[in-house]
Design a binder for this molecule. Sequence first.
Ligand SMILES: [Zn+2]
Length: 854
Amino acid sequence: MKKLLTFVYCLGISAISFAQNDYFFPKKQLNPAIPTPEQFLGYGIGSHHTRHDKLVEYMRELDRVSDRVTVQKIGETNEHREQIIVTISTPDNIKRLDEIRKEHLAITDPSKPMPDTKKAPAIIWLGYNVHGNEPSGGEASILTAYYLTATEDPEALGWLKDAVILMEPVINPDGRDRHTHWANMHKGDPMVADANDREHNEVWPGGRTNHYWFDLNRDWYLAVNVESRNRLAFYHQWLPNVVTDFHEMGTNASHFFEPTKENAENPLVPKYVYKELNGRFAKYFEQAMNEIGSLYYTKESFDNLYPGYGSSYPDMEGGLGLLFEQASSRGHVQESQNGDLAFGFTVRNQLVNALATLRASLVEKENLLKHQRNFFSETIAQGQKFATKAYIIGDANDQSRNRAFWDLLIQHNIEFYHLAGDVTENGSTFKKGKAVVIPSAQPQFLMVRSIFDRPTTFADSLFYDASAWNLALAYGLPHTELKGSFQKGERVTKAELKPTPTPFNKSDYAYLIDWTDYYAPKALNQLLDNQILTKTSFKKFGIGGKEYGYGTLMVSVQKQKLSSEELYQKLKQISQNTGVTIEPVSTGFSTSGIDLGSNSFQTVKKPQAMMLVGGGVTASEAGEVWHLLDTKIGMPITKVEVYNFARLNINRYNTIVLVGGNYTALDKASAQKIKAWVANGGTLITLKTGTEWAIKQDIVKEKLREMKPDSSRNKVRINYEDFQASEGAKQTGGAIFEAELDITSPIGFGYTSKKMAIYRNNNTILERSTGAANSVLVYTQNPRITGYVHQESLKRIANSAAINISYEGNGRAILFSDDPNFRGTWFGTNKLFLNALFFGSNISSGGQFGAEEE
Ligand SMILES: [Zn+2]
């Protein structure tokens, strides 16, 4: 017998009550033995926001009561929330899941016989709630799982027979719970639809992002965050045919499903995906939404260019990624231009599209399976025919960064190999063991191209996100293309990701650490934590038959608090912890350059750093700094709320970081406070609009390169409807540029090449500093390497400063026009930031002679 459960939606002052199953599943036969979400949770879906732990409990309850369902844990978030996959299919399929998985992978491997597409099930991945404060997805996952477990509807039973449904109910549990608590703790009774209510206006940083304030819907490709890494490992075990990605957008919008904007499709993806599959699936979403009377739109916005969305990554893996965007009630009910928008209504739109996805996938099942086979055989064939037969990549001076890049390749299941011997190509030599070769002819050829391609022309000049995502440049690794045949050594395996620092002997004189290693700052941090007196070299030198560059760390055995034996033991530990090689020397007399007792070795001060957060500060940039220091360095940074700054004693810090954002929360007195603190010896590090703020507040005497006054007034007239596109085209939404670095400056320490790639996604442009040595990093004459940039912007960027040092009294500001830590991926520019952090207090207007007195 069907049990009707009622719950109440409060829409402003009017209350509508109806049966929950009737609202979400009208006229559907449902097994009463399966607990409804309302029975289990104690409230109706849509009347409250479900905590992640309760959602997981409900899924486990379905697993317990039904043999259609199995729940597995694929990992944990930073805040120790479970990441789960709920697998739903017929009991028979559930029993032989691993067998099905292996048979499915055979479809993706053209060297194996093609399984019978009539019999083989489709693998359908329902992914939800990558943005934490877009909660209708997660709630819809609860209803979808309930429906598929309880349904007795013949059509739905057919889906279970012919598909394995892998549901990831919440892609971003930490962010979702931030928003869940916010919405629940502010819920009124009666509910308040007024958009001004606190319920509808989260405080900084909001629930969109994960623990480190990263957008996980950019991270499928970058694979920086633990959530993505756990997912990718599982994803590549299954390679699903269809993947959904449920989002929310502005409250005044309606609903969006694919197709996305024309001319904004990834050129590497087979046209069949966009032209055929997207169109055919859209028919089912159209029908589902028409049936419940919901408004929607398609084609006007969103793009499939960037391969790191949940809705685009699957297109690169022989599947079909689907984006859904639902107007957000952001809270339980909110007024909108379409009337009051109730949470339950937003959940229902997501639910019907999840079910429509299943309906479409099963009708298209054979086409999807055949597409996946064709995709991989054609991808491999394309790779074979491609002019570039392989890419070689690696930095002979930095095995840590090499390994980080190998790790990225392994996340995407890309095949790559050690070199068979040293290779010289296009004037560069790559050393065996320090570089790898990545063949084009492989199933992951499209990912390989994404990592190395450098497109500069695009069909459209408006981008939803970045227009460049070359990861070889982001990691700052020397690389080249091989046009002819090539030799390869052993395939690189996961086991090789573990660092193996060279063991070293005890010294009674001194130890040296090369600063070129990516993790040298981590080692330095541990030295300083252990109060080990450490110096850094402002000049090059040669000793013991080896040449050492700028920034080399030196630990002399004398003058330490530890005995020589204790010091040796501690250094061995630090080398093990960080993977950084430490070298003993028995003399201070160099064969070239400065000796170890030179004044050009300066003592490094431990950074006591704080960063302003909250208010108008850009959360993602602050999160990148936090993530870098937590996960790569192991150094704490104090996060200070901007609204507390005025009453804070800042003298306990020697370093302040201002990332991009507006600092309107800081008054004139606060700006003066920072200025006085700098003059007193502090190091101020600013990024992007943080740099603009420091200049406009007169904290530093630098200059921005402003837009020239508009000489074309009234000359060019454009239509109202084209205005947005025309203005948008002038924004630099994310492109990669070339800049030249002063590698003798402490900001350039550890770099061996003057030319470097940097990422720009903003319009802050710095004039060169007046001091001849103060513009440490400068954009080159024709700087664009890859990505879209408007010609006017390109002219303004050329020859501008990317980093200026500005001296103020006894202190200094280090001003970045860009973000060197972008999305946790720019291993190539992280060290610029870390140099500012660790060596900031060693930088003075007197250069390296500042410390000398006669
Ligand atoms: Zn979203």
